[in-house]
Design a protein around this ligand. Structure first.
Ligand code: NAP
Length: 203
């Protein structure tokens, strides 16, 4: 099941599975998404938190709306999604499957970055939460793990909530980053630090 804010953009991806439009700034979205996934598929075996927003500029000047959106989408939404899905994920493990929750905090949670302070903070909070939650849920058979790729050429930086990106070196290829993450999901890996994206992908 695929989600985003715009049905046309989701349909344009041409991927199989059901689509649901939701805005993750809405605290009620997580419960609605899990309910939809269970209606569509009967089970929930994984959550990929690939939604995110970025902002640039000095920490002393960032706007309130930007701060709130960064933390709502990057930090609170994955927390709420796991909470909404935890019963179904536990049932998936009990049925012998290998449920997982992936977060994509990115390299900024390892190296908080100037002029991206609030983005870095929202992602560092996400990474800390995921680590602690993973310890809580390991016994239940739910794997919570974090991927921390460096700058990737998805166009995210051109969609910043505020400010503009400093001149960046050529980023990683999004297809290679996605392949590396999918390989980690399939292979049962428990962490994907930034260094993991410098190695060739072994499927
Ligand atoms: N690109 C990088 O350099 C990089 C590096 C490390 C980590 N990351 C992280 O990787 C994740 C994916 O980023 P990306 O590079 O693929 O950027 P992207 O192409 O801009 O994708 C961001 C996604 O977030 C969704 N989104 C944004 N605001 C939303 C909201 N309020 N409600 C629901 N969905 C929302 C967007 O969907 P719609 O706009 O269609 O709603 C889009 O699918 C993000 O968490 C990002 O922080 C990116």
């Amino acid at each position: 099941m695929l989600t985003g804010r715009d049905r046309t953009r989701l349909e344009a991806l041409g991927l199989p599975g059901s689509l649901i439009v939701a805005d993750l700034r809405d605290p009620a979205a997580a419960d609605a998404l899990v309910e939809h996934a269970l209606d569509a598929n009967g089970t929930l075996d994984g959550i990929v938190n690939a939604s995110g927003v970025v902002a640039f500029g000095p920490a002393s000047a960032i706007g309130d709306d930007t701060l709130e959106t960064l933390f709502a989408v990057n930090t609170l939404a994955p927390m709420r999604l796991l909470r909404a899905g935890s019963v179904a994920l536990t049932a998936s493990a009990a049925a012998g499957r290998e449920p997982f929750v992936l977060t994509l905090s990115g390299v900024v949670s390892e190296v908080p970055t100037a002029h991206m302070a609030a983005y870095s903070a929202s992602k560092a909070a996400l990474a800390a939460w995921g680590k602690a939650t993973g310890r809580e849920l390991r016994r239940a058979g739910i794997r919570v793990f974090d991927a921390r790729p460096g700058h990737t050429e998805t166009g995210l930086v051109s969609r910043a909530l505020e400010g503009s990106a400093p001149k960046l070196a050529q980023g990683l290829d999004p297809a290679l980053v996605a392949r590396r993450i999918v390989a980690a999901i399939v292979n049962g890996e428990r962490d994907l630090p930034s260094a993991a994206f410098a190695e060739p992908v072994v499927d």
